[in-house]
Design a protein around this ligand. Structure first.
Ligand SMILES: CC(C)(COP(=O)(O)OP(=O)(O)OC[C@H]1O[C@@H](n2cnc3c(N)ncnc32)[C@H](O)[C@@H]1OP(=O)(O)O)[C@@H](O)C(=O)NCCC(=O)NCCS
Length: 196
């Protein structure tokens, strides 16, 4: 993976005392992370563009930083969904990754991750992928811990905040369905597994 350059524009306090009050709402800008990566040939897929797995890794890393900044606690990734690769990310382009916290509930937070491609010479700028991530704050024994709410400030943040309620409802329905049906929990042996 290429080295990321993270803006310090967020207003978050580097080295701030761990933990923030869980009853005081915080705006997405307080935990903002914007990281730029240079894309390299060793990240290429067979089409000569950046492998989707690299993009997911950036989403997870940048999302985790923003989620930790929001709650100042350790977090784990519970879910990545609605991943869309909208356009190829060409090798040589700069990749600009953002993942603001859209909303927080009792112990979980939703983030909206995007990556934009910037052509280094022309400055051409376009969105190439997005996803939603759910992080959960946890203690030393992986038990979920309370987090503070989000207070949207801009129109865009308000839209994401409102949409988050609908997306969460759909996720929880899906979670119950998965737990009830056990779908996909049984390992399926294949010929190649047998020979492995
Ligand atoms: C995420 C994890 C801590 C949740 O633990 P749990 O015992 O299921 O806890 P709960 O059922 O109380 O869920 C905790 C929160 O996560 C949310 N959550 C859990 N699974 C979810 C899912 N699939 N989709 C959306 N939200 C989910 C719950 O809605 C709840 O949110 P709320 O407190 O804001 O209402 C646990 O499943 C875990 O440790 N998973 C592995 C994480 C991991 O290893 N990630 C990869 C490396 S970081």
């Amino acid at each position: 993976m290429s080295r990321g350059v993270t803006d310090s524009e967020s207003g978050a306090q580097p080295g701030a005392v761990s933990g923030v009050p869980v009853d005081v709402p915080r705006p997405p800008s307080a935990s903002r992370v914007r990281t730029a990566y240079i894309t390299h040939p060793n990240q290429a897929n067979v089409h000569g563009t950046v492998f989707g797995g690299h993009i997911l890794r950036w989403f997870d890393e940048v999302g985790a930083m923003a989620a930790v900044r929001h709650c100042r606690q350790p977090v784990v990734t519970a879910l990545i969904d609605a991943v869309a690769f909208e356009a190829p990310l060409r090798i040589g382009d700069f990749a600009i990754v953002r993942a603001p916290v859209t909303r927080a509930w009792t112990t979980s937070m939703e983030l909206h991750a995007t990556v934009h491609a910037e052509h280094p010479l022309t400055g051409e700028y376009r969105r190439v992928a997005e996803a939603f991530l759910t992080f959960v704050a946890v203690d030393d024994e992986s038990r979920p811990q309370p987090v503070c709410p989000i207070e949207p400030e801009t129109e865009d943040e308000q839209l994401l905040y409102e949409g988050a309620a609908r997306r969460r409802a759909a996720r929880l329905v899906e979670r119950v369905r998965r737990e009830e049906t056990g779908e996909g929990s049984e390992p399926v042996a294949t010929e190649s597994d047998d020979g492995a």
